[in-house]
Design a protein. Structure first.
Lengths: 486, 511
């Protein structure tokens, strides 16, 4: 992270307090002067005629220049039969090289300049970025542009990427926390929802070089791209460079994201048996909402009070008072452009699995029996508002925020508005969203653990639906020479 | 593994000049003061935004855990979030008396529990009940004020509040808006002036859950614990920082208080503050609050030195999970004049897609999904391990990882590394430093660590100069000296079948 030196309006607090230096006996006696007014530098937004949107953010602290492009379209548009395509694409886009240079040649070329150009595949977008010393911008930007427009997806690198994917699949049942996160998403969203789906051997094997090239051809158009650049450059010169590089690039067709269906599983207990652990991973799940929902602000306050940090109910009751967990938390999830996951999450020793579920149940029922108090609301709002400055305390963070809003179609002033909306949240708002979303009788409960060690309480909570996490075998003939499971 | 490329200064021949300038510019922004009690304060002015980050480095880690009380350093770290005599209690005088009763009851319970002969189970039950009743009494004073210390930090806008303990040290850190500088100085000094061992035995259960999560229920956690404990016969590096389960179920609040009294002394603490501060204004505030920590003598350090290893050791875990391979070689501590040579070898073997291990195991042989070599296991303050690991892809066994890693080690021993490689190592070192200078949190961390280790933060910059002096001959010399079979401990997970019965993973290529 590099930041520009920002000239501050006025000088600070500390000097003016010299007369108050009598040592405080109570923290409440310590004066807290107003925070100086701070106006972070805003990036310049440029819209090219072909639809590409560019943000330029100067930051002259260190002699570095970083660029980051986000491209619409990601894993949620991949058919289930090719789940994993976007991960392979995200890797081979870079390792497969360009028309003129192999990926290995790029590695050496960039390394000599100690620069990097990297690509990635995500659920709703793909990314390509560069990072270089400012003196190397010409050389490195050339590689960035070449990869963006003319990647080659060489077959040898597809094979390496696939082997990495097979490795990940083979290991996905090794770590109980990983199993729990994966299976909880399936329960909350539905097993076929792209936010829950995971790659299988057959789907990965089915991905072809042509799939990668077609993906690129379909999605990588200027009107699908948001590019942000931050670092030690002059905006006018950078703008001229980018206009020259991209203005002639023709617009592409608009690609629609598919409709996604969110279907939470039936309530009840679900069990993944794992016999080599002495601790259970527990999830209670449901559906949250989006940040465009007017409930978002009340939800933010609720989440802070209910399952956020040290101050939250879950932490205080389940960890501090009961000593049942090291890791505990939860809240109502809010996605940018799709519903988030509602979850209560904890891990506890096998012998207190049932007790822990009951403790979480009690937290939910307490939301109506002992609604979140004025004091809790105040603390939650203070925590959000007083730490607000950390959302934009560097030019890089400001740039990232603006790119997010641009990508998901939010007003660019979303953050400023957020602060005002949080201030307005009342106790009634928080009680209302708690009542609207937290329905224990609708939540599936997932336990990943070792039932031979569970407490009797667990078995008194009703039958447990066993989830089979056996990894489907690869299709016959798919593998090469040797055989035999590892 | 992500392949994050580091950046470097463009012209190799000019880069050291650039860095001297950097150090000079930091000289102007950094103020160091050793307080009368021995505590070191560093303030670095970085007026980017009206915020600051701090880092408190305490020169005591799990190596200092007393015998049969492993995990105590880490346990105290948890207790440092439990408040003070003024924060977290309804009535401290009453609470103090109640806490003392817990200790008496617990000692009686332990004495009965640990009897080798004639343990009276009925009496043990009674004693356990008495201990738990005493806990319930003391909780009445603190329960309404659960986590008040953390609540104050959070509601005042604290960001990223956390701490960590390792074998060598314990660290505490977060960031605040700049108008809370004095509040921070109060909170952070009070925390180490008047810590209270309240809710100790419940927090111990929390730590036990942490152990279950990190080690007992995680195959890689199990491997690393077994591997590290096998690697050190004499030095306390063989003990896990999280603590052995028996010890976690045994040590007391009194033990934690004693640990604090012995090791949390002003000369053991380095404090850095980085952000929108003026040293001329901030230093007096910091001095006022932290000068209150008593000046006590540093404890005698009677740590043994690990004797030379005379034979290869092997640890094989037969698990339901997929295989992993790791091997470690003993090397000297970070004060070794060859420290930079090990850094150079780490970079050459492990850094990115041009690294030797990536190219050999992942790209060319296609037997692993990841492989690297690195120093610092489990710490750096005492002689420790240089370790290599590889993650075999389906169809490949740990033994193949060993062979492939050894082939790369043999190259290090027999052939000089190339001019291009040596140049790349040196430029990447400079780049890595450059990158670490751009955030309050990163600077606070780096300045504290280097000040604590070398008693001079400038060593952060000089570490790059030391790498600049590394020669090809150094790399061969160290490789031949250190990477030998008798100096090696091998650890691996072998897949032994059993649930959840994965389908046969594919073997070889899928084309």
């Amino acid at each position: 992270m590099k930041r520009v030196l920002i000239a501050l309006v006025g000088l600070l607090l500390i000097g003016s307090n010299i007369q108050l230096w009598a040592q405080a006996a109570n923290w409440k006696d310590i004066p807290i002067p107003p925070l100086p007014v701070f106006h972070p530098v805003q990036p310049k937004r440029i819209a090219l005629p072909n639809g590409m949107v560019i943000f330029l953010q100067e930051d002259h602290e260190l002699p570095l220049i970083d660029g980051f492009a986000r491209i619409r379209g990601g894993g949620r548009a991949v058919p289930a039969s090719k789940e994993g395509l976007i991960d392979i694409y995200g890797e081979v886009w870079r390792t497969g090289g360009t028309k003129s240079q192999t990926g290995d040649q790029l590695d050496d070329y960039l390394e000599q300049r100690a620069a990097h150009v990297e690509t990635g595949g995500g659920i709703d977008s793909t990314t390509i970025s560069w990072s270089c010393l400012k003196g190397d911008l010409d050389d490195v930007f050339k590689v960035f542009q070449e990869l963006l427009q003319n990647p080659e997806f060489r077959a040898d690198k597809i094979q390496i990427a696939k082997k990495g994917m097979y490795d990940g699949i083979s290991r996905r049942n090794d770590d109980p926390a990983g199993i729990a996160a994966r299976e909880a998403a399936k329960l909350a969203y539905g097993a076929n929802n792209p936010y829950a789906r995971v790659p299988e051997y057959a789907a990965v094997a089915a991905v072809t070089r042509q799939d990668l090239a077609e993906w690129h051809h379909t999605y990588v158009h200027p009107n699908n791209i948001i590019l942000g650049v931050v670092g030690d450059f002059d905006s006018a010169a950078m703008e001229a460079r980018l206009r020259q590089a991209f203005t002639a690039w023709a617009k592409g067709p608009i690609v629609k994201d598919p409709e996604i269906v969110f279907t939470t599983s039936k309530p009840g207990n679900y069990l993944v048996e794992k016999t080599d652990v002495n601790q259970s991973n527990i999830y209670l799940v449901g559906l949250g909402t989006t940040r465009k929902d007017p409930d978002y602000y009340a939800i933010s306050v609720f989440n802070e009070a209910f399952g956020g940090g040290f101050s939250s109910r879950l932490f205080s009751d389940i960890r501090t008072t009961k000593g049942l967990a090291y890791s505990v938390g939860g809240g109502i999830g809010t996605g940018w452009d799709r519903r988030g996951m509602l979850r209560l999450v904890m891990s506890t020793k096998s012998e207190t699995t049932g007790e822990a579920i009951q403790a979480l149940d009690e937290e939910i029922s307490d939301l109506t029996k002992k609604p979140i108090t004025d004091e809790e609301i105040k603390r939650a709002k203070d925590a959000i508002l007083n730490s607000f400055i950390f959302r934009f305390d560097s030019p890089g963070k400001v740039l990232q925020e603006k790119m997010l809003y641009e990508f998901y179609g939010y007003p660019l002033g979303f953050l400023e508005n957020y602060q005002k909306e949080i201030e307005k949240v009342t106790k009634e708002d928080v009680a209302r969203v708690a009542a609207k979303y937290m329905h224990r009788d609708q939540m599936p409960v997932l336990v990943v653990g070792n039932p031979a060690e569970f407490d009797k309480t667990f078995f008194s909570l009703g039958p447990a639906n066993k989830i089979d996490i056996t990894i489907p075998a690869p299709p016959p003939g798919m593998m090469g020479e040797q055989g035999g499971p590892q | 593994m992500t392949f994050r490329r580091v950046l470097f200064v463009a012209l190799f021949c000019c880069s050291s000049v650039a860095f001297s300038q950097d150090m000079a510019s930091f000289e102007k922004r950094i103020t160091t003061r050793k307080l009368a009690n021995g505590l070191t304060v560093i303030i670095c002015e970085r007026p980017e935004a009206p915020v600051f980050s701090f880092f408190t480095h305490v020169d005591a880690g799990s190596v200092q855990d007393p015998m049969a009380k492993t995990g105590l350093a880490h346990m105290f770290e948890h207790m440092a979030f439990k408040g003070t005599d003024k924060i977290g209690t309804r009535d401290y005088a009453g609470e103090k008396a109640a806490l003392a009763k817990i200790e008496i009851a617990y000692a009686a319970y332990l004495a009965e529990r640990d009897k080798l002969v004639n343990r009276d189970e009925a009496k043990l039950k009674q004693l356990e009940k008495a201990w738990k009743d005493a806990i319930a009494e003391a909780d009445k004073f603190s329960a309404p004020y659960n986590n008040e210390f953390g609540k104050i930090v959070e509601s005042e806008g604290g960001e990223g509040m956390n701490a960590n303990t390792n074998h060598d040290e314990t660290n505490y850190y977060y960031s605040f808006p700049i108008n809370r500088l004095e509040l921070w100085a109060y909170l952070e000094s009070e925390r180490f002036l008047h810590p209270v061992m309240r809710q100790f035995y419940k927090e111990r259960n929390v730590v036990i859950e942490e152990r279950r999560m990190r080690t007992d229920s995680n195959p890689i956690g199990r491997l690393l614990e077994q591997f590290t404990s096998a690697s050190f016969a004499a030095h306390p590096y063989h003990r896990p920082t999280i603590g052995w389960m028996w010890d976690l179920n045994s040590f007391s609040a009194t033990d934690a208080q004693n640990f604090f009294d012995r090791y949390y002394i002003a000369p053991n603490i380095v404090l850095t503050v980085v952000g929108d501060v003026k040293a001329s204004q901030a230093m007096p505030i910091i001095e006022k609050y932290f000068s209150r920590l008593p000046a006590r003598a540093t404890p005698d350090e009677a740590t043994t030195t690990e004797p030379p290893q005379k034979s290869e050791r092997r640890v094989v875990l037969r698990e339901q999970s997929q295989p992993i391979y790791i091997e470690g070689y003993h090397r000297p501590d970070y004060h070794s004049p060859d420290d930079a040579v090990y850094d150079a070898i780490t970079d050459l073997m492990s850094n990115g897609r041009t690294s030797r291990l990536y190219r050999a195991l992942v790209r060319d042989k296609q037997i692993a999904s990841d492989s690297a070599g690195f120093s610092g296991l489990p710490g750096t303050k005492y002689p420790h391990l240089f370790a290599f690991y590889a993650v075999p892809i389906p169809g490949h066994k740990p033994e193949e990882m060993a062979d492939a890693i050894h082939a790369e080690i043999d190259r290090l021993k027999k052939e000089d590394i190339s001019d291009e490689e040596l140049k790349m190592i040196k430029t990447r070192a400079k780049a890595g430093l450059l990158r670490s200078l751009g955030s309050n949190e990163g600077l606070a961390f780096n300045l504290a660590i280097f000040q604590a280790r070398y008693d001079d933060w400038r060593e952060l910059f000089r570490s790059v100069d030391r790498i600049d002096k590394v020669t090809k001959a150094d790399v061969r010399r160290i490789s031949n000296q250190i990477f030998v079979p008798d100096n090696r401990t091998v650890g691996m997970i072998e897949f032994a079948g059993g649930p959840p019965g994965p389908g046969a993973p594919p073997q070889g290529g899928a084309q």
